[in-house]
Every structure is written in C-alpha cells, then in structure tokens.
Design a binder for this molecule. Structure first.
Ligand SMILES: NC(=O)c1ccc[n+]([C@@H]2O[C@H](COP(=O)([O-])OP(=O)(O)OC[C@H]3O[C@@H](n4cnc5c(N)ncnc54)[C@H](O)[C@@H]3O)[C@@H](O)[C@H]2O)c1
Length: 319
C-alpha cells in the first residue's frame, strides 16, 4: 500500500469489533498504528498480537502509557461521547465512527472542544469517499445533467444482532442523510418520517423525507427486514436519471439519448476516508467531513425519530 506522507502520525484505536477491525488493518498497513484498546481483553490481545502493537482493555490504561497524535473511536454509539471527550481534552485528533454522538447537544460539545483545543475532529460518514458518490457529486456540481431535483435511497439488510444501543435511523439511515446533504450541498428545512419496529428493541424500518429548498427532496428508505444487502440510490436530475449502487460502485446514467455506464474507479472508501483524516491532522488536506456536518446529521436523525413519534413534519433551521 502507498503510505503517502502520513507516516509521522502516531495513531491509536479504541474498539476493534466487526467494523473497527477494518480500520486496524488499514492503519497497520499504513504503518501508523501504535496501540489498540478493546473492552474485550481477548480481542485486544488477539489484534495487538496480529498487528504487533501494544494492547489495552481500557482507555485509561492506554493513556497512562502511550504517546500518540490521533485516535480512532470505533466503539458502539452510546460510548462515543465520553471516549471522544476524554481524547479531545487531551488535545488529540479524533476520528469517531458514525453517528458522532447519540444526542446532538453532545455533538455540539465535541465540536466546540475540538475547535477550542485546535485539533481535528471528524466522523465516519464514509459514503462521501465512495467513488460512485464522488462521481455523482462532480456531475451535480458541474450541472452536467442539469439541476439535481430528487434523491432516493434504499439501504436494506437483515438485522445486525450485535447493535443494541440504537435503531436503524441512527445506525443506517444516517449514511443517506449525510449523502443527501453532501450531494445537495445544503441542509434540509423539513423532516417527515414514519418508522416502526418488528424484531429489534429500537426502530428497525424507517422512511424519511428530507425537504430542501425549491421543493428538492431526498427519500430515505431503510430496513433491517430484507434478507439481502441492498444499498442503492437514484439521483433525479433535470436531464438524466443517475442510478448507483454503493456496494458495486457502479453508476448508470439514463438520458433521452440512451444509457451510459461511465468508467468507474473502484476504491476502498475506508482507506480514502482514513487518508483524508490523517492528512488533515498533518495540515495537508481539508477535512471532507467536518464536525458540524456530523452534528447536523444527528439533529436530522433526532428530528426523524420525533416526526415518526408525533406523526408530524419537523421544521429545522440548521447552520
Ligand atoms: N461507517 C460504516 O460504514 C460503519 C459500519 C459499521 C459500523 N459502524 C460504526 O462503527 C462503530 C462500531 O460498530 P461495530 O459494528 O464494529 O460494533 P461491534 O459491537 O462489533 O464492536 C465494538 C467493539 O468496541 C468494543 N468496546 C465497547 N465499549 C468499549 C469501550 N468503552 N472501550 C473500548 N472498547 C469498547 C467492544 O468490545 C467491541 O469489540 C459504531 O459506531 C457503528 O455505528 C460504521
């Protein structure tokens, strides 16, 4: 793997579970991983041994012994706020997996702390780094197919049994909430949602409508019922319908002149996301996912849950 110029950053990681093991693999390959921590001491030992780095079963123990510049927080959502607060107070650059926090006011606190301590804070809204999304972002920006009018997302899967602390809106729909704001380059004025639960303790299906200015709209449909993994979206533009698959990274463009499948660059979005964060820590690149983007996503997730409880639209004034 190309290490680029990020080798000067010493990185630790907290939480090496189902998703976090991917970060550890990439960070180790980049040669920047110096220590890991997982509350499950066997897991910590296994991955510490695998990547030849120091391992701990608590952040407090790690902090007593390790010197580092940046940290990855890949623990369950309910733990993000306290772990990230501890790290930001110690003036470390922090990457927090999505959603940044469960409560938006906690996200505001993390954002303020990061700015006060002049450190980098980002959140794992990985789809911005998906080459398919990046290509469509370029089309929208250049208006190659006219104005983007409507987005439709389908993110479906069987229920992830290990996720206990949040429902599908905070776990899954947040990816599409962020992607909608990224592609429209705007925040929604209104949120209307219906959600319910069949098998999970929290909501396990949700349809969310985000209303943007000029009647532009994003419809986000997520469920943990479909037995197969579906992650698709359509972008309706004035002169084309662009459809894409987050997994295959394929993009299809349908216009009055026929169908086109542009050449696609396939890349691992997580690698691009990690590289962007580490380059931002070194002051070499602008951060793509800024803390305020992650706070807005949590605010919209809160509004979606409230809307589905009340059965009414929720109007927002996001910055
Ligand atoms: N960006 C994405 O596409 C994506 C995909 C999956 C998960 N995630 C996010 O990643 C995070 C982790 O999800 P997961 O599926 O890996 O969960 P997981 O339950 O598989 O792993 C979490 C790990 O954190 C450890 N842990 C829990 N509390 C801890 C603490 N206080 N200190 C140290 N370790 C602790 C657990 O022992 C476990 O090994 C969540 O925020 C989730 O939303 C993001």
């Amino acid at each position: 793997m190309d290490n680029g110029s990020v080798l000067d950053v010493r990185v630790i990681q907290i939480g090496i579970g189902g998703w976090g093991k991917n970060h550890a693999r990439i960070l180790s390959q980049m040669g920047v991983l110096t220590a890991i921590c997982d509350a499950d001491s066997n897991r910590a030992k296994d991955f510490g041994t695998k990547y030849s780095v120091n391992h701990y079963s608590s952040l407090d123990l790690l902090l007593k012994s390790e010197k580092f510049d940046a940290a990855f927080v890949c623990t369950p959502t309910s733990t993000h706020f306290s772990i990230a607060t501890t790290l930001l107070q110690k003036k470390k650059n922090v990457f927090v997996e999505k959603p940044m926090t469960y409560l938006s006011h906690e996200g505001d606190e993390l954002q303020n702390l990061a700015y006060k301590n002049k450190v980098v804070l980002t959140c794992g809204y990985i789809e911005r780094f998906n080459p398919a999304v990046a290509l469509i972002k370029d089309y929208v920006k250049s208006k190659k197919y006219g104005e983007l009018i409507m987005l439709e997302f389908h993110r479906e899967n069987r229920m992830p049994l290990h996720i206990k602390d949040v429902g599908i809106i905070y776990d899954t729909s947040v990816h599409d909430i962020d992607t909608a704001m990224w592609l429209f380059d705007d925040t929604p004025e209104v949120v209307f949602a219906r959600s319910g639960k069949i098998k999970h303790d929290h909501e396990d299906f949700a349809t969310i409508m985000l209303g943007f200015k000029d009647s532009k709209v994003a419809i986000i449909s997520s469920n943990w019922i479909t037995p197969t993994r579906v992650r698709k979206f359509n972008a309706v533009c004035e002169d084309a319908i662009i459809s894409s698959d987050f997994i295959s990274q394929e993009v299809k463009i349908e216009t009055n002149n026929g169908t086109e499948i542009p050449r696609k660059d396939v890349a691992e979005p997580l690698l691009l996301e990690i590289k962007n964060f580490l380059a931002a820590c070194e002051g070499k690149e602008e951060l793509l996912v800024k803390p305020e983007h992650a706070v807005n996503t949590t605010k919209i997730a809160e509004a979606a849950l409230l809307s589905s409880q009340k059965g009414t639209p929720i109007y927002l004034e996001l910055k």
